[in-house]
Design a protein around this ligand. Sequence first.
Ligand SMILES: *Cc1c(COP(=O)(O)O)cnc(C)c1O
Length: 397
Amino acid sequence: MEQLAIFGGTPVRTTPIGYGKQYIDRDDIEAVTEALISPELTCGPRIAELERKLCEVTGAKYAVAVSNGTAALHIAALAAGFQEGDEVIVSPITFAASANCILYCGAKPVFADINPETYNIDPESVEKLVTPRTKGIVAVDFTGQSIEQDAIRGICEKHGLVLIEDAAHAVGTRYRGAPVGSMADMTCFSFHPVKTVTAGEGGAVTTNDSGKYHRLLRLRAHGITRNRQEMAHPTEARWYNEQVELGFNYRMTDIQAALLISQLKKLPAFARRRKEIVEKYDRAFSGMPELKVQKEIPDSDTVRHLYILRLNPDRLSCDRRQFFDALWEENIRSQVHYLPVYWHSYYEKLGYGKGLCPNAEAYYREAMSLPLYYQLADEDVEDVIHAVKKILTYYRK
Ligand SMILES: *Cc1c(COP(=O)(O)O)cnc(C)c1O
């Protein structure tokens, strides 16, 4: 009966808002237009410019721009040397691509549990899963918060593992002052429109290792090289290039690069606004026993991609589905990030079962993402907070 009051009353918002949205301005449009009428639509000077800019933003020595974040993860996993027979430890609370890249190489994803308060991969859980077959870790800066770099790096050094950081959420985040992208063996970014900065579709891998850098360049372009030192049959011929391994066409176009270069100029403003919104939500929700607020580690200066609203089931008479639907009825279109990866039926068919990561599964039952994007106005944030509070009045126990 109580639900009728929620679903039957006037919604807090008359027009729906989603959890994320890109921001494109006149400068972005001009940059793309210029690229379109330039001589090179792909493999041109904007790719080099973007890669220099990405090195600046991340503090990495090298950056390789690619067609999307999944391509970045794929070639990073190959450059890490993951292959059949290897185990690679990964967080289950992430987009499937973080684990799929391990499968692409024929290796086996091993899911470590998350920290129940920060929602990032738990170093203690990782340590317990290391075996002689473990080759690396794919660690995700979930919501944009940095992983516990020191602890995770320590495990990698101790056991000789390669660390790939999936920083699809975390462009602009710093850990003890060092930008994400400068710390792991390889860091992967996504520039999908829902992420903090966008190329339409796009991705990048950053690294400080020149060997990995050259391998990534080759894998991005069919496994073909023009570098004589990499060839089996080097010649002096100007036209000669040689495919020395199986690679892909994962190139980004100069059109996408132009957009991303322009977007990166706005990253400081994007970051500032995202932080402001997170503070507003945190201030509104942190005193409420019905809700759990994501814990920040002091070492992370976070540019948040997602704001997670997590329910405390002990204090509420509804489940996440009911709360989510009630928000929907208030015209706040939330999303859930994420189904534990091994709950996907594809992974189930591979033999992964429920119960593997209890913290991740409890998180999934209680979490949803609230609107968080640059153009979200203060009034929008107030609407969201109001809607959450309104729903709580019906479901409070
Ligand atoms: C978005 C995302 C990816 C994949 O990036 P695409 O550019 O969409 O291929 C990978 N990992 C995480 C955590 C993501 O959020």
